[in-house]
Design a protein around this ligand. Structure first.
Ligand SMILES: Cc1cc2nc3c(=O)[nH]c(=O)nc-3n(C[C@H](O)[C@H](O)[C@H](O)COP(=O)(O)OP(=O)(O)OC[C@H]3O[C@@H](n4cnc5c(N)ncnc54)[C@H](O)[C@@H]3O)c2cc1C
Length: 425
């Protein structure tokens, strides 16, 4: 029997030989490539989006002369710093369509990549704290139903049955009146997503180049011609920038100004517990979300710190608020100890929606502005970027996210996704 692992096939005999040699001779799963002098496509940023784009370029369009170049290590950006929530419970069709397509792709991703990304569809419950908010959730559920996406409006008793540890008494800090449930939502192990895409792309011939910061974009006659790193210039017919919080600098290097701000966003995990929470739960008044990882940790996130920065280190207040909300919701968890906190720098666009777009510089494509929520759309973003670059056209699903919408006023204002700290997730 022969087993396929991203780059090579292994026979039973070779597996046995590796086992008997103490597993010392395995080749690297993801090779450490040095860049060549030129490629058909260069992708800046080995996050989920850049790696997924490389995978789809190679697999769906046969474009394998591709390099993904990162200033640090692959997956060192937000793809592995997020709270791993994937869902498609959006109101606006533009946001919903891309998240729905991603959910479809998440469902088959482990098989596609031959890498277990640990997609866990426990469902997401958004809590409602007033009848008007429940009305708003009903409107959202109807919008989802129109897209053919199941969602369930929950009464207070139904929420209580699904979340037995939740304090639903009327004396709690934020009394709960109901909720919205999307059963197909859940979490994905985020670092597996980076490794899985990287290994699958590398196995199709894509070069993955780490520790090469792109410092400039070269162009001639209004068309991109390549990128510059401290190690030299790399030519490219087309360039995709998928660098999240690095976007404004990269765009500047291409002569563009972006309506994007950099903000710090934090997350935390507690010590591991026996299973206590089977769903992702989001608060309806404060920006707070919690789930339980496969290891048993409670994984929590809150609001951005609220000031512009490029440093992935936040202050105590957003996490203190997140913990206060957690304890008010689940008083029985008040003695649980916090184990670890971390931060990422997120790319907040002015309407809270992403920019997935060609640019005035021919052959130069931008993917940015994902704010709190770009992880969930990783698979569809990869597919769309690859199609844009391979065909030179904008797929209908990407059209609402064009860069020129900020000039024309056709913004995509899904409530609660902009850079304003008082807005909720
Ligand atoms: C704490 C936190 C919680 C979050 N929770 C969620 C969530 O639950 N669900 C969700 O959907 N989203 C969530 N997000 C958002 C999500 O993580 C991001 O939107 C998404 O991961 C962005 O993916 P990316 O591939 O574009 O960027 P990244 O993964 O950030 O990749 C960008 C890469 O570009 C590289 N780079 C930057 N500049 C350069 C340069 N000049 N040259 C070369 N390389 C460069 C970086 O090193 C980095 O590796 C969260 C984010 C944070 C920080």
């Amino acid at each position: 029997m022969t087993r396929r692992t991203g780059r090579r096939s292994y026979s039973a005999a070779s597996l046995a030989r590796h086992a008997l040699s103490g597993h010392r001779c395995w080749p690297r799963a993801i090779p450490e490539d040095r860049p060549r002098s030129g490629y058909e496509v260069v992708i800046i940023g080995a996050g989920g989006h850049g790696l997924a784009a490389a995978y789809h370029l190679a697999r769906d369009h046969g474009i394998r002369d591709v390099a993904v170049i990162d200033k640090g290590y692959l997956g060192g950006g937000n793809v592995t710093r997020n709270t791993a929530i994937v869902r498609s419970n959006y109101f606006l069709p533009a946001r919903g369509d891309i998240a729905d397509r991603s959910l479809e792709l998440w469902e088959g991703l482990s098989e596609d990549l031959n890498f277990n990304v640990m997609f866990s569809q426990g469902g997401i419950i958004n809590l409602a704290h007033s009848t008007s908010q429940l009305d708003d959730f009903a409107r959202r559920a109807n919008a989802m139903a129109i897209r053919g996406v199941p969602a369930e409006l929950l009464s207070r008793d139904e929420v209580a049955a699904l979340l037995p540890r939740l304090d639903i008494s009327s004396s709690t800090r934020y009394p709960v009146v109901g909720g919205l449930l999307q059963r197909r939502a859940g979490t994905v192990r985020h670092d597996a997503v980076a490794w899985g895409y990287a290994r699958a792309a590398a196995s199709l011939g894509v070069d993955i180049v780490q520790n090469h910061e792109v410092t400039a974009i070269t162009s001639e006659g209004g068309r991109v011609t390549g990128v510059v790193t401290p190690h030299g210039e790399i030519h490219a017919d087309r360039v995709i920038a998928a660098v999240s919080a690095g976007s404004t600098r990269i765009a500047q290097a291409a002569g563009l100004t972006l309506p994007v701000e950099s903000h710090v966003l934090q997350a935390a995990v507690t010590e591991p517990l026996a299973p206590v929470l089977h769903h992702v739960v989001t608060h309806g008044l404060v920006n707070f979300y919690v789930s339980q990882t496969d290891k048993g940790e409670l994984l929590l996130g809150g609001n951005i710190d609220g000031y512009n920065t490029r440093i992935a280190r936040g202050g105590p207040s957003p996490l203190e608020e997140a913990i206060r909300v957690l304890v008010s919701m689940f008083p029985s968890l008040s003695r649980v100890r916090l184990l670890r906190t971390w931060a990422g720098v997120v790319d907040m666009s002015m309407d809270g929606a992403p920019i997935l777009s060609e640019t005035p510089l021919g052959g130069f494509y931008l993917n940015t502005g994902w704010c709190y929520g770009g992880f969930k759309t990783t698979p569809a973003v990869g597919e769309l970027l690859a199609e844009m670059v391979a065909t030179g056209t904008t797929p209908p699903m990407a059209a609402p996210f064009a860069l020129d919408r900020f000039a024309s006023g056709r913004i995509v204002p899904e409530e609660g996704h902009g850079p304003k700290p008082w807005m909720y997730h």
